[in-house]
Design a protein around this ligand. Structure first.
Ligand code: SF4
Length: 219
């Protein structure tokens, strides 16, 4: 089976099993971008608590959050873990938006995909997965977000070699899938759901998984 067909089969099976995921949770592009930084190395549950703190304090806006001193910002986002580091990363992001875009987030988000990613990747603390999550979910650019689950599921099904890195996986996916924001959004969300539910690092639950037998994997 060709890679494109294998990937489509994987998507179809996950979609049939879980249905539409309707990601990313967030009421605005700004909230999604904040969430993308907060979710680094922590669960979404913890991110939700931090976002709720910010919302309850009326602080979930670029103007309000960028005016907060780092220590105060860190306190609001404490439930997301690594709160001092993440406060610094948020401030780095806000500084870039201020310096390069005079706080005009809409104009920033309207950049072509490659330029948007380049500027995000230039922010200390924003790596490829965070940048691409922002580009896909906040700016609605057709870019595939690769994460640990993507790597694990595709390598376990023989679609990528184990040693493939972020950009190799992304290139393979984007070369073999229709370039469509909605589709990339849903595909990524379904991989996360499948990985989280079934494709555990040490002990995959293949017997109950909708991907049993998909691709070139022989269970
Ligand atoms: S749990 Fe098993 S069948 Fe499911 S994605 Fe992982 S390796 Fe594949």
């Amino acid at each position: 089976m060709h890679t494109a067909d294998q990937l489509q089969e994987i998507y179809n099976r996950m979609f049939d099993h879980f249905g539409c995921q309707d990601w990313w949770p967030g009421d605005s592009p700004f909230e999604i971008m904040v969430g993308a930084i907060l979710t680094q190395n922590t669960s979404w549950q913890n991110v939700e608590k931090a976002i709720t703190h910010l919302k309850e304090a009326g602080l979930l806006s670029l103007a309000a959050m960028s005016a907060l001193p780092a220590e105060e910002l860190a306190e609001y986002i404490r439930p997301a873990g690594y709160y001092n580091i993440k406060a610094g990363r948020l401030q780095n992001f806000f500084t870039m938006i201020k310096q390069n875009w005079d706080n005009d987030l809409d104009s920033f988000l309207a950049l072509p995909t490659a330029e948007l990613r380049e500027q995000l990747l230039g922010v200390k603390g924003i790596g490829p997965e965070t940048a691409d999550s922002m580009a896909l979910y906040a700016a609605e650019k057709p870019i595939f977000v690769v994460d640990t689950y993507t790597h694990r599921i595709l390598s376990r099904h023989g679609i990528i070699p184990e040693e493939y890195g972020y950009f190799e996986i992304q290139e393979l996916l984007m070369d073999n899938l229709e370039e469509n924001t909605r589709f990339f959004n849903e595909f990524h969300a379904l991989l996360v759901r499948t990985g989280n539910r079934f494709c555990k690092k040490s002990k995959p639950k293949c017997a109950d998984c909708p991907l049993l037998g998909a691709g070139s994997l022989e269970e």
